[in-house]
Write a protein that binds this ligand. Structure first.
Ligand SMILES: *Cc1c(COP(=O)(O)O)cnc(C)c1O
Length: 424
């Protein structure tokens, strides 16, 4: 459920008509709905709450990479969320949004020494170690500071998440985690190091998962590993089950609900007796945002449908170009007529295509439209390709809104560049 709907024929975000945002902020612009974020956060939390231990709810660490905007993080922080971060920059954002350090989990295969040190300095709650090499480095850094870094070992369960190859992370050939067959020896080696408090395991098998079965298979492997590790004397108190739950991108599409996910997790983790952590991103933020755009012009096609050229492009929303992803495309003030169109941006690449042969609301030059389900992996993947500048972001709350990220135009970006003296 989201809060983007037609009121008297005009699409609103909660109580704000989108044409008002377009007039005041310009287009393209990402528009997020606070009520939608909060609702998704609450639904997810309620689905997992029964899995708490010792009167403590599981830790829900929002995957910052899905939407790192400070205002978005703040909404979730106020709901008690922690953060799953994958870089020093994301760690700084989570802290700036007020996330408690002990609710921050640091994931990622390529954490540098500087990033590991930052995590130690800030006293974050958990490092998810992705290799024996990283574990040794973290142990040495922590020991040198007289610290013991709380950590889980990320394992690669070798399951096919049945999602797009570029966002599958739990197959043996993917770069993430330690292969299960080496998990026991790696765990034993790292657990013995002063400087590490290795207390559990972590997995994350991929994103936009439309099927719970691969997750359940992976969780079963984790359960077996936990039992094996305990059998040889390790103390396992924490398991991090990652994120990955998918969201509907097309009207009418049905995906597993957080409640179904929660029921599956309850089944799969029965008797584990650990503190669970979850790292949802897309399922919280995806449907809480749209990309608002204006039609520049409609150009007659060659031998196919017309091209609806919008002022958003692949630099603003990369998913269609990167993954062939589908985003529903709707007029802000639909007239009731339909057309079949190729929906494209202005960038000089054929890849700058949002949709081909798409049945959509009839549009003419100057009309406003939205790409739906753009709240996750949207603005955060933006670039300034073609010197288009960085897209602005707005957060709506009831009948008010605020610009939560300025548009960085071509001039602002040029300001960071210099022609060296010797070329003057
Ligand atoms: C990307 C990522 C997530 C979030 O994935 P979603 O599909 O957005 O839920 C969680 N954990 C890790 C380690 C990730 O890399």
């Amino acid at each position: 459920m989201d809060h983007f709907s037609l009121i008297d024929g005009v699409m609103h975000a909660e109580g704000v008509p989108l044409p008002r945002i377009a007039a005041e902020v310009g287009t393209p612009v990402y528009v997020y709905s606070r009520a939608t974020l909060e609702r998704h956060g609450q639904v997810f939390r309620e689905a997992l709450a029964p899995l708490g231990t010792n009167g403590q709810e599981p830790l829900i660490a929002f995957a910052v990479k899905s939407n790192p905007n400070l205002a978005v993080l703040r909404v979730l922080q106020r709901q008690g969320f922690g953060a799953d971060v994958v870089s020093g920059g994301e760690l700084m954002r989570a802290l700036a949004a007020g996330m408690a350090p002990e609710k921050i989990v640091f994931s990622g295969v390529g954490k540098t020494d500087a990033e590991l040190a930052l995590g130690l300095d800030q006293g974050i709650g958990q490092f998810n170690i992705e290799s024996r090499e990283e574990g040794r480095e973290l142990a040495a850094l922590a020991a040198a500071r007289g610290q013991s870094a709380p950590a889980c070992l990320r394992v690669n369960p070798d399951v096919d998440a049945k999602t797009h190859a570029k966002i599958s992370t739990g197959k043996a050939e993917n770069k993430f985690g330690v292969p299960l067959m080496r998990a026991r020896e790696t765990f034993a080696e790292l657990a013995a190091l002063p400087g590490l408090n290795l207390r559990g395991v972590a997995i994350h098998i991929g994103s936009q998962l439309a099927d719970l079965e691969p997750l359940e298979t992976a969780f079963a492997k984790v359960g077996a590993l936990v039992a094996d590790l305990r059998a040889v004397g390790h103390t396992i108190t924490h398991v991090d089950l990652g994120g990955g739950l998918g969201v509907p991108y097309r009207r009418g599409e049905v995906l597993p609900s957080p409640a179904e996910y929660g029921a599956m997790v309850a089944r799969a983790t029965k008797g584990w007796d650990v503190q669970l952590t979850f790292e949802p991103g897309r399922v919280i933020a995806g449907n809480a945002g749209v990309l608002l755009t204006r039609v520049i012009r409609v150009k007659r096609g060659g031998n196919g449908p017309p091209f609806v050229i919008v002022d958003a492009a692949m630099n603003d929303l990369a998913r269609p170009a990167l993954y062939g992803a589908w985003h529903d495309f709707e007029a802000v003030m639909p007239r009731g007529e339909r057309m079949t169109a190729n929906i494209v941006g202005p960038i000089c690449e054929t890849g700058d295509t949002f949709a081909t042969d798409r049945d959509c609301d009839a549009l003419v030059s100057g009309d406003l439209a939205v790409f739906r389900t753009a709240g996750a992996y949207g603005a955060t993947m933006a670039s300034s390709y073609n010197s288009r500048g960085f897209v602005a972001e707005v957060l709506v709350d009831g009948d008010r809104f605020a610009v939560v990220a300025d548009r960085l135009d071509a001039a602002a970006i040029m300001d960071a560049e210099r022609v060296p003296e010797w070329l003057a």
